[in-house]
Design a protein around this ligand. Structure first.
Ligand code: A2P
Length: 269
């Protein structure tokens, strides 16, 4: 199905998610309401974004049954350990005002001020807590974020459930070939955060030119690229016309043009 991806346990996730990173709590209610109003049914947040409260309120106030909305949140990167994970999960569902999550992710393999540090044991303990929450029916799917092949392999070796998702930075020019191949092999859904490289890809002359050829905007080309590469894009915007634009992706990019986009220089390097 074009409009959903399927996890290895059979649960489906709507293909476009609304990203809420960098949306302050004061703006989150309006932004999430706009997204829901314009057909998004998948919202991505995190305890670390400090906007769960208003994300949850917007979802609650919107006229859709809970089971028709897919909600993702994340275990803060600095929280490692079994009991600590159960506590953080409770904080998240309390903030959101929900009694279950659709997807819960370990936000990163290491705290943000220690990028690259080895927290393998802590990740294993956190993962065991996530397995428990999953088995108790509190979360429909569990996964990771910012994990490398080695980080994921460590969980596979030590735990029972293979992560169902890995949410990573993915955008035109940053194609993550090896990680994508590994995830595909293990049936792990790859979610693309910052599909516009937080807006930086939109000024690329190559991207602008190709977008013109397809009669779409640079943002639409970049988001469609994620889908063509079998990743699930999570675009973020607080402007309604862009929120609408970012979900109108009914076109396809030719294999030759995908190759060209793969070869675009990484805007963040
Ligand atoms: P804004 O929220 O003010 O609309 P990413 O999803 O890669 O994190 O990129 C988000 C950034 O790109 C935000 O700064 C957002 O700005 C901007 N953005 C999102 N969608 C569009 C669009 N369709 N056209 C132009 N800029 C966009």
């Amino acid at each position: 199905k074009e409009n959903s991806f399927v996890f290895h346990n059979g649960v489906e996730i709507p293909t476009i998610g609304f990203g809420t990173w960098q949306i302050p709590n004061e703006e989150a209610y309006a932004a999430v309401t706009m997204a829901l109003k314009n057909g998004y049914t998948h919202i991505d947040t995190a305890l670390a974004y400090q906007n769960e409260e208003n994300v949850g309120k917007a979802i609650k106030d919107f006229d859709l049954p809970r089971e028709e909305i897919f909600i993702t949140s994340k275990l803060p990167a600095q929280i490692k350990g079994y009991d600590e994970t159960l506590d953080a999960f409770n904080t998240t569902i309390t903030n959101l005002g929900v009694d279950y999550l659709d997807l819960y992710l370990i936000h990163a393999p290491w705290p943000w001020d220690e990028i690259g540090a080895d927290y393998t044991e802590g990740n294993i303990q956190s993962w065991k807590a996530m397995e428990k929450l999953y088995n108790d029916g509190k979360i429909r799917t569990i996964g990771v974020s910012n994990f490398s092949v080695t980080d994921i392999q460590a969980l596979i070796d030590a735990c029972n459930i293979v992560p169902m998702a890995n949410q990573i930075p993915f955008y035109v020019g940053h194609d993550q070939e090896e990680l994508l191949a590994f995830c595909k092999e293990h049936n792990i859904v790859v979610e693309a955060y910052s599909p516009l490289a937080t807006g930086q890809t939109l000024n690329s002359p190559e991207i602008k030119e190709m977008a013109e050829k397809y009669g779409v905007t640079p943002a639409q080309l970049c988001i469609r690229y994620c889908l063509e590469r079998e990743t699930l894009p999570l675009p973020k915007s607080t402007h309604e016309e862009r929120i609408i634009e970012n979900s109108q992706l009914d076109f396809s990019i030719s294999p030759e043009d995908i190759k060209k986009l793969d070869a675009v220089e990484d805007v963040r390097k």
